[in-house]
Every structure is written in structure tokens, then in C-alpha cells.
Design a binder for this molecule. Structure first.
Ligand code: TYD
Ligand code: MG
Length: 419
């Protein structure tokens, strides 16, 4: 690496720089967990229990998904700590208008519209913030490089300077980064290995629900999600997601089944919707939304081969309600039930939940954390839950009020439901 490349706008000779000395583990002081409570429970959860001092947190997502709104909101909520929000995207007026829309304000919240890293560090020296938010890393530019803002070199350089600042001063820094649907824009991708935590803000722009997902975390689990609803006055934390993931309707509808999924340590009940109709032109369509295409093909093959349903000439549409994307195989059974319910036009009672994986032999396989799934279904007022008989072993059945039905084969479930 050339000498210029390692230069930093953040002070070179740190006041805290110490003599170079390797230490044994005993010589290193244990830092007690001094995380900053972000007030936002969903954000705390995805961070693994609050904001870790000195951590560099990348918040990625498509343009317009709500990244600026989220961090502005969090910054304004943190009234007792000093927050510096640096924007290279919007004017002071625009940010002020947005804050008014959020109906929040804080005397400890500072806004700087600037893109030059040297100037940002000057402001930081001046304001001495406890938390820094950079919106967005693609607009930032360091004098150390000639390349344009948004180029890989600049993104990496600026992030590197901010990292040095974060680590030396124990100040947490949030970096907002835009990515396109296929992750194409190079920015955030090149940063993933540098930062401590990567949060992905997702959701369908046409839906009001947003999911904040941890994809990397040096300080916690990576399977946590936070759920928000975008309202006219900002993002609302959704603390009981199952209620919104199951659509409101008057009675049972064919093609709908409720499955359970684990997202981190949370159990969610979600609605699987399917529409099966004869294919009018040539090759039938298999179109899942929020569910893996290959897995859908596999389940359709199982339904055809093991259960005798003629799926070959049917178009199959599958949708996970609420814009969620589910990878947990625990919803397999609900997917199969939704498909057959639509094919046969027989509605399933909306008081039944399903929790089992489906194997290639048409067998129902056990899923993890079955007790938590059952508890969540019970809590939400479901009367029955269909599970694999192999899950049952681990259960203390007397505890539940909900009726637990366990089966070994998909066929037995169809027998029970459709007769
Ligand atoms: P924004 O935070 O600007 O997205 P990003 O920073 O990820 O590009 O969010 C933009 C969208 O959110 C925009 O379409 C308007 C909408 N919005 C609301 O619906 N309610 C609100 O209170 C705010 C501030 C924005
Ligand atoms: Mg923005």
C-alpha cells in the first residue's frame, strides 16, 4: 500500500496513543457491558442489546426504504446523549422538516450538512458527540484521495477514517449505505468486513412494514430482526409482529394457512397465501413471493409424487403476507396446506396453525424451538397446532391449552383436514 493510502483525516497522532506493547489476557481490563440503550427496542434487539461504545455500524438498504428516517428518529429519541447527524444528502431545512414530521426534537441533537471528512472531524472536535450518524457513506469524501465520492476508494477511505475515530474515542458511529436490490452498488459490500455490525433495512416499498435484520454482528447474534411500520409520523416499533403478519379478514378463505417461523429468538406466526389455478399457456408458472423458488418446486414435487395431487398443469402463486421473507423450513407444512386448500377450494379454519418441515418422502420433520412456536400460537388464540410427531417427544403436553395434533406424514394431515 502506498504511503498516502494509509493517511487519515482523523488525527494521526492520537492524544491517547500508547507505547506499543503486547499484553496477556490478564493484563487487559474487562469492559463491563456499557451499551447505550437506544430507546428503540427493535434496534436494541438487532444490535444484541444496545449500542456498543466505539462500534461501527453499517445500516444498508435500498433508497427510500427509511434509513434516514430511522436514524433521525433514534437520534432524536436519545435525549440524554449528544448526537451528531452528518448529512451529505439533504439540506438542514429538509432534515428539520422531517424532524417536525416525526414530532420529535432534542436539544442534544446536532445537524451538520457536510461531505468532507476533514470538516466533519473538525465539527466532531468541536461538538464532542457521544454518537455520530453519517448519512450516507456514499456521499462522503476524503482529501486523501482524488477519486469522486461514492467510488469504492472513497467509501473505504472515509469508513476507515471513521473507524479509527470510533475506536480511538469509543464513540459509536452509524454509517448509512445505499444498496440496490441485488446489492449491486459496490459501496456497502466493500464495507462489510470493516464494520462491527451490518444491519439491513428491508421491506417492500409498497408495504408499510419494514424489517431491520442483522447480517453481521461482532457483539451479538445475527439472526435477530426488528420490525417497524412506516407511518405518516415516522417508524413505529412493532412489538407484537404476529398480529400484523396475519391479515384481518371476516372468515376463513381457501388458499390460506398460518405457519410459524423463528426469527432469531422470536417466534412469529405468519400467513401463507396460495393461489392455484390451471395453467392456460404452456409451462405452468411457479411464483413465490417471500419464499424460496427451489423449495416451492420441491414441495410441489412432494405433493405430486407422495400425495397424488396433480400439480403439473397448475399455476402456483405463493405469497408470505406482510412482505416478509421466510427461510425457516418450519413453514413448509403451512405452504403445502395453503396450496392444497387453494387447489381443492377448501378453506382451513383460521384457528389452526402449522409447524413442521416437509421432507422429500412426504414425512413431517421436527422443527427447532417447537415449544416457543406453540406458546406463540396459544398466546394469539389459536385452538390447534399441527406438528411433526418427532417434535412431540420434546414436549410437555399437559402445559398447553392449545390442542396439539401430531402426524408423521403429510398425507395424514390432509386426511385429517380434508377427510
Ligand atoms: P427515507 O428515510 O428518506 O429513506 P432512505 O434514507 O432509506 O432513502 O424514507 C423515505 C420514505 O419514507 C419516503 O418515501 C417517505 C416515507 N416517510 C413516511 O412514510 N413517513 C415519515 O414520517 C417519513 C419521515 C418518511
Ligand atoms: Mg436517506
Amino acid at each position: 500500500m502506498k504511503e498516502e493510502n494509509v493517511k487519515n483525516e482523523w488525527r494521526q497522532e492520537s492524544a491517547r496513543s500508547k507505547p506499543i506493547k503486547a499484553k496477556t489476557l490478564d493484563e487487559i481490563e474487562t469492559l463491563h457491558d456499557v451499551r447505550v440503550n437506544s430507546i428503540d427496542e427493535e434496534l436494541n434487539r438487532v444490535l444484541g442489546g444496545g449500542i456498543v461504545p466505539g462500534s461501527l455500524i453499517l445500516v444498508g438498504g435500498e433508497p427510500g426504504i427509511g434509513k434516514s428516517t430511522l436514524l433521525l428518529q433514534v437520534g432524536l429519541q436519545l435525549k440524554s446523549v449528544r448526537v451528531l447527524y452528518v448529512s451529505g444528502e439533504e439540506s438542514e431545512q429538509q432534515i428539520k422538516m422531517r424532524a417536525e414530521r416525526l414530532e420529535r426534537s432534542s436539544a442534544n441533537f446536532y445537524i451538520l450538512t457536510e461531505t468532507n471528512s476533514k470538516n466533519i472531524f473538525l465539527a466532531i472536535e468541536n461538538i464532542q458527540p457521544d454518537i455520530v450518524i453519517i448519512d450516507s457513506i456514499q456521499t462522503m469524501q476524503s482529501n486523501q484521495l482524488d477519486s469522486a465520492p461514492g467510488s469504492i476508494g472513497q467509501v473505504r477511505q472515509c469508513a476507515g477514517e471513521l473507524m479509527k475515530f470510533a475506536k480511538e474515542t469509543d464513540t459509536p458511529v452509524f454509517l448509512i449505505g445505499h444498496i440496490t436490490k441485488d446489492g449491486l452498488l459496490a459501496g456497502p459490500k466493500v464495507l462489510e468486513h470493516m464494520v462491527d455490525t451490518v444491519l439491513q433495512f428491508e421491506g417492500d416499498r409498497h408495504f408499510s412494514y419494514r424489517i431491520l435484520r442483522t447480517t453481521k454482528n461482532r457483539f451479538g447474534s445475527t439472526s435477530e430482526i426488528g420490525i417497524y411500520e412506516m407511518l405518516g409520523t415516522g417508524l413505529r416499533e412493532v412489538s407484537n409482529p404476529s398480529e400484523i403478519l396475519i391479515s384481518q379478514k371476516d372468515g376463513p378463505l381457501s388458499g390460506v394457512a398460518i405457519g410459524t417461523t423463528m426469527e432469531g429468538n422470536r417466534s412469529l406466526l405468519i400467513e401463507v397465501q396460495s393461489l392455484v389455478s390451471p395453467a392456460s399457456y404452456g409451462t405452468p408458472q411457479r411464483t413465490p413471493t417471500g419464499f424460496d423458488q427451489k423449495r416451492l418446486n420441491m414441495l410441489l414435487a412432494v405433493l405430486e409424487k407422495r400425495c397424488g395431487f396433480k400439480m403439473g398443469m397448475q399455476d402456483v402463486f405463493l405469497n408470505i403476507a406482510g412482505g416478509l421473507r421466510v427461510e425457516d423450513p418450519g413453514i413448509d407444512l403451512a405452504v403445502c396446506i395453503a396450496i392444497i386448500s387453494s387447489l381443492e377450494e377448501i378453506p382451513i379454519s383460521d384457528k389452526i396453525a402449522f409447524a413442521a418441515e416437509v421432507g422429500l418422502g412426504g414425512e413431517l420433520r421436527a422443527v427447532n424451538k417447537i415449544e416457543q412456536r406453540i406458546q406463540e400460537a396459544e398466546k394469539l388464540g389459536f385452538q390447534e397446532i399441527y406438528i411433526s410427531k418427532y417434535s412431540q417427544k420434546a414436549l410437555d403436553l399437559k402445559k398447553s391449552r392449545i390442542q396439539i395434533k401430531s402426524f408423521g406424514q403429510l398425507n395424514e394431515v390432509f386426511q385429517d383436514l380434508f377427510g
